[in-house]
Design a protein. Structure first.
Ligand code: NAD
Length: 558
């Protein structure tokens, strides 16, 4: 590299503050967000370029990581960088309002869209698994999912227990990058949490980040602590270290195991490199994944089968039990658990009404690295939405309980109309200097109009269009046309190869007039896709918004 190129190491925090090492804020934002995805505080295994979700990566290989950062430093304000599954393949002249980066990760033609074919390509160095926000550089640590998990648990407690959480607990497994949000999300609802995690290091990471309260190596001490918290009406989160296939059958035999909600967030979507089979120590599983990946996969599938049978047993005992988006039911069905889909998915059960209103996981990140900027943004957004009880509730809880990982960031579920208001406000705050540096605005691919995933976001659609992926493509095309700063299209996120197609978008609020125009287009179009998608599928609440609110705003604009 020329001596002017700054070289980074995966794990190293992203640069902060006002001075740029690139030729513009959009390139700078992409560079900082790629580095932030792999910051030691944020990523699960930065040394392997793994961000979260099994083997969800931010760049294909170490040379690719360096080449992307070099390309971003050289990229002009009227150029676009193309990333193919984590590798920079071209820089091309476009124009100022085009995205600075376009990313396509893990996409395979339907007939070849399975892990076996993907693994062959990955071995040859031709592909990378991008998960959702890992390969599209907008991961913000466990916080990214904590509000979605909170909204899910909150709604489940409303539906099943009239909102009473005191003296109740959520039971789940897997405290990884996303699953690690579960203990805190449960506690934020006022409930306790009992979880199982096989990898002690992962649980310790949650303890350190304040997402988890206690770790226990034995079941008795965990259950005693849980009992005390429940009887005192405290909201506490507790993890037991062990494999779910060993621990859950013991819990099922005990007469003091009565969770109120049950789910799971192991990486069951990836039986070879995500789920840990029964009988394997962590050292063994890491070694065997390299030496005998097929054997690991077969053993993991058998363990997943057992795991789902135990979940069905809990469901049969009358406890609300739901799939939390890791494809565990489809995996279990493959190994003979024919009734795995008796367990319902979290989207049709709890989240779809939000998607119908264009509501989803809006998020923003402070490129200054200054937590004071985040505080100012939180307060300004509280003031902007004084009558939204859900926003008031969330913004009064989140800043107190969520510790900063990497660049200061906030997740805030917002609907159609409100995302635009929030984006413009943040841009104004950058313009006036109230916020000291540009703000990155993005979202998860798990959103209202950006994903086709029949066992997750589009499960059980009213018109049976669960597997129709045209909407996800239209979402990407529209965000590109509207001038998002980077746009991505991925396959297999959340649920694994063959099960999903989805788009991501990020837009930078740098305080300029051009950014304001781009924000107007992108933050209108992107959530509007959720309304179009659900209106077309026959959901009345979306049709109403499409008919009233959207027509009105078009008239007002014209
Ligand atoms: P991760 O790979 O970072 O974490 C998975 C965790 O499960 C790890 O800590 C692992 O040690 C643990 N685990 C694996 N097998 C186990 C076993 N047999 N017993 C006990 N613990 C075990 O993944 P993540 O980012 O936390 O995501 C988890 C799953 O949730 C993935 O399938 C992901 O695609 C899905 N996901 C769902 C949502 C959602 O909104 N519902 C969002 C993101 C990801």
């Amino acid at each position: 590299f020329p001596s002017s190129t700054k070289i980074f190491t995966p794990g190293q925090p992203a640069p902060r503050g006002k001075s740029l090492i690139t030729k513009g804020w959009l390139q700078e934002a992409a560079l900082r967000m790629l580095l932030n995805n792999l910051d030691f505080e944020v990523a699960e295994k930065p040394e392997d370029l793994v961000v979260y979700g099994g083997r969800g990566k931010a760049a294909r290989s170490l040379p690719d990581f360096h080449n992307i950062l070099k390309a971003l430093q050289e990229l002009e304000n009227e150029e676009t960088l193309l990333i193919q599954s984590g590798s920079p393949v071209a820089r091309i002249k476009t124009w100022q309002n085009a995205p600075r980066v376009l990313l396509a990760n893990s996409n395979l033609v339907g007939n070849w869209a399975n892990w076996n074919h993907f693994d062959e390509l990955e071995k040859k160095g031709l592909m990378m698994y991008g998960q959702m926000t890992a390969g599209s550089w907008i991961y913000i640590g466990s916080q990214g999912i904590v509000q979605g998990t909170y909204e899910t648990f909150y709604e489940a407690f409303q539906q099943h227990y009239k909102g009473v959480t005191k003296g109740r607990y959520v039971f789940s497994t897997g405290l990884g990058g996303m699953g690690g949000a579960q203990p805190l999300a449960a506690v934020l609802t006022g409930a306790c949490f009992l979880g199982i995690e096989v990898d002690k290091k992962r649980a310790e990471m949650r303890l350190k980040s304040g997402y988890l309260d206690e770790i226990h190596n034995d079941i008795d001490s965990a259950m005693n602590s849980l009992k005390n918290s429940l009887s005192e009406g405290l909201a506490k989160s507790i993890a037991i270290i062990g494999n779910v296939a060993d621990i859950l059958p013991i819990l099922l035999e005990r007469n003091d195991f009565h969770p109120s909600l049950v789910t799971d967030q192991t990486s069951a979507h990836d039986p070879t490199y995500g789920y840990v089979p029964q009988g394997y120590s962590m050292e063994q599983v890491f070694q065997e994944r390299k030496l005998n990946p097929k054997k690991v996969e077969q053993d993991a599938m058998q363990s997943i089968g057992k795991h789902v049978r135990y979940l069905l047993e809990l469901k049969n005992r009358g406890i609300p039990t739901f799939d939390y988006g890791n494809n565990i039911r489809a995996m279990a069905k493959k190994v003979g658990v024919d009734n795995a889909f008796d367990i319902k998915g979290f989207v049709p059960e709890y989240i779809r009404p939000l998607f119908c209103k264009g509501k989803g996981p809006f998020r923003f990140v402070m490129l200054s690295g200054d937590s004071e900027d985040l505080k100012k943004a939180d307060q300004a957004l509280m003031n902007l939405f004084p009558h939204h009880n859900d926003i008031q509730r969330w913004l009064s809880l989140a800043p107190k309980r969520i510790s900063i990982q990497g660049l200061p960031a906030r997740i805030l579920w917002l609907g159609y109309g409100d995302r635009l208001k929030a984006g413009l406000l943040l841009n104004e705050m950058v313009k006036s200097g109230e916020i000291s540096c540009p703000v990155v605005i993005g979202r998860d691919h798990l959103d209202c109009g950006s994903v086709a995933s029949p066992y997750r976001e589009t499960e059980d659609m009213k018109d049976g269009s669960d597997a129709v992926a045209d909407w996800a493509l239209l979402n990407a095309f529209g965000n590109i046309s509207s001038g998002a700063s980077w746009v991505s299209f991925h396959h297999g996120g959340g649920v694994g190869m063959g099960y999903s197609l989805h788009a991501g978008m990020v837009i930078v609020a740098d305080g300029s007039q051009e950014a304001s125009e781009r924000l107007k287009r992108v933050l209108t179009f992107d959530p509007a896709m959720g309304i179009f998608r659900h209106a077309d599928a026959g959901y009345e609440s979306s049709r109403k918004i499409a008919g009233e609110q959207m027509n009105r705003s078009v008239e007002a604009d014209s």
